[in-house]
Each structure stands twice: as structure tokens, then as C-alpha cells.
Design a protein. Structure first.
Length: 288
């Protein structure tokens, strides 16, 4: 009897562990190099995979659909960067951020649980509820091959603890611009689109996002003092980098930036795979 009980306990633990592993997220539209989640706890990674993958063609300045998995997490931002293929180092991607959006954006980012609360879980297996809306690609670059980087941050609810920050995650998608942009230079500041599941639910300012703890892309994970004290660590706001840039430019975030020299492409070497989460096979939710 003890042996049977131990076997059942082990099986339940295995299922629970698998469901935890299948949480988190990665970019699925446009198709990315990654087919599973890659965490970047210390924000050291540019692209988890340096080998180019399937390329998707768009025109410069085109507005495109983007999608990624919600997987029970709450709030947060998405940072979008764009560089020429072969130049996708962390440093170059950090210098070429062109847009920020809310993580829980999009008409499909609705938990199937039907919970009308800020803290709603998906109510389904992993990789089921897709978030993401539309972004507009840069309109100041020549036609050619590029890499679109997706980064999520300021997201709450790690392993079911609403007072614990989830890891940052990265994905990169190969993009071919089939036309050259109409503008001569990038705007001085990244653009930002607010409005998400929680701002709509609470009738809050649609120019902001609901996020956890800090609007900065930090190199650590915050955990609150007690799980039950989570509400005080959630806020409505805009990404810190957008706010700083707007303040520095006097609010004129659309002014062209001073063109800089194009860095030489680095040698293509495999990026170190950071601890991530397998996300290939959805499993029944037992807690994320």
C-alpha cells in the first residue's frame, strides 16, 4: 500500500512539475527561432538562438499581428527591438528598441476561466490563451533581412505566487523587409501602445499597462514579503524607458534621432541557453 501511495505521489509530482515547465511564453507569430520558452533572469541574452530560422516577409512600416502565450501570468510589458540579421547581439538589440506594448493586450487575451478579476488564471492547459495585438514595423530602414526581438518583463505570478515576479523571456523572429522605409531616421523615442485586459476590466487609463513591481527591465527577480500582500506591488503605468525618453526629449518622442554608424555584424556564435521552460506540449493546469 505504501508503495502504491508513493507511486501515486511521484506521478502527481511529475505532472505538477511538467505543468510548471510548460508555463511561461515565447513568440509564436510571426514565427520565431524558438519553439519553447527561454528565460533570461539576468537580462544578458540577445537572441536565445543565433542561427537564423524561417523568415517572414513584410513591407517596411507595415502593421503586423503578433501573438504569444499568456499562461496564467498577470500584467507586464513587451519590448520590441529590430536589427539587421547578423547584428543581433544584446547590445545592439538594446540600442534599437522601437516599440513597447502591454503584455495582456489583444482580443484573444481572455482567460477561458471566465474570471472577471485582475488575477484571473487561464482556466485551461498551457499554451492555450494567446495574447498580443498589432505592432508597426520600422519605416526608416532599407529592404533586407532583419531580426525582431520580443522581450516580456514586469510580469507577476510565478509558480502561483502573485507576489513573485516571473522571469524575463526572449524570442527572436527572422523578418525580411521587401521594401525600404519612407522615413529618413528613427524617432527619438520608442513608440508605446497602452491598454490591456486589466485596464479594460477596471475602466482605467487605456494609455497605460497593468504591471508588477517595476516598469524597468531589471536584471533580478523581485519577490514580495508575503504571498498575501501581492496587491500593493501591482501598478498602472508606462515602461520606464519610454517615460525617461519622453522627459529628456521634452515630450517630442517622434522627432528623428541622430543617425549613428551601423555596427559591423558580429560572428554568428550559438547563444548560451539560459534556464527555460519547455513549451511544446500543453498539459492540464495544476498551478504555474
Amino acid at each position: 500500500m505504501k508503495l502504491v501511495s508513493a507511486s501515486i505521489a511521484s506521478a502527481l509530482l511529475a505532472v505538477h512539475s511538467l505543468s510548471l515547465v510548460n508555463a511561461h511564453s515565447y513568440l509564436v507569430k510571426p514565427v520565431s527561432r524558438e519553439t519553447e520558452a527561454y528565460s533570461d533572469f539576468e537580462t544578458k541574452v540577445g537572441c536565445p538562438h543565433m542561427t537564423p530560422g524561417q523568415s517572414t516577409s513584410f513591407k517596411a512600416g507595415e502593421t503586423i499581428d503578433v501573438r504569444y502565450w499568456r499562461n496564467n501570468h498577470v500584467g507586464g510589458f513587451i519590448r520590441w527591438s529590430f536589427v539587421a540579421r547578423g547584428q543581433e547581439t544584446k547590445e545592439n538589440l538594446d540600442k534599437n528598441v522601437f516599440h513597447y506594448s502591454c503584455r495582456e493586450s489583444g482580443a484573444t487575451c481572455v482567460p477561458t476561466s471566465g474570471e472577471a478579476t485582475k488575477w484571473a488564471s487561464d482556466g485551461s492547459g498551457g499554451n492555450t490563451v494567446a495574447c498580443g495585438d498589432k505592432i508597426t514595423l520600422p519605416d526608416w530602414l532599407p529592404a533586407g533581412d532583419y531580426v525582431l526581438q520580443w522581450t516580456w518583463f514586469a510580469v507577476g505570478s510565478k509558480e502561483g505566487d502573485l507576489n513573485w515576479e516571473e522571469a524575463k523571456f526572449r524570442s527572436c523572429a527572422d523578418i525580411k523587409l521587401t521594401s525600404s522605409g519612407a522615413k529618413s531616421a528613427a524617432p527619438k523615442c520608442p513608440t508605446f501602445t497602452g491598454g490591456d485586459r486589466v485596464t479594460k476590466l477596471t475602466n482605467s487609463n487605456q494609455d497605460k499597462c497593468f504591471y508588477f513591481h517595476s516598469a524597468e527591465l531589471t536584471n533580478s527577480l523581485f519577490r514580495g514579503d508575503k504571498p498575501e500582500n501581492y496587491e500593493k506591488n501591482y501598478f498602472f503605468g508606462i515602461p520606464a524607458d519610454v517615460e525617461k525618453c519622453r522627459a529628456a526629449s521634452g515630450g517630442n518622442s517622434t522627432a528623428p534621432a541622430t543617425p549613428s554608424s551601423t555596427p559591423k555584424p558580429p560572428a554568428l556564435v550559438p547563444a548560451t541557453k539560459t534556464p527555460g521552460c519547455k513549451a511544446k506540449t500543453p498539459t492540464p493546469k495544476t498551478g504555474y
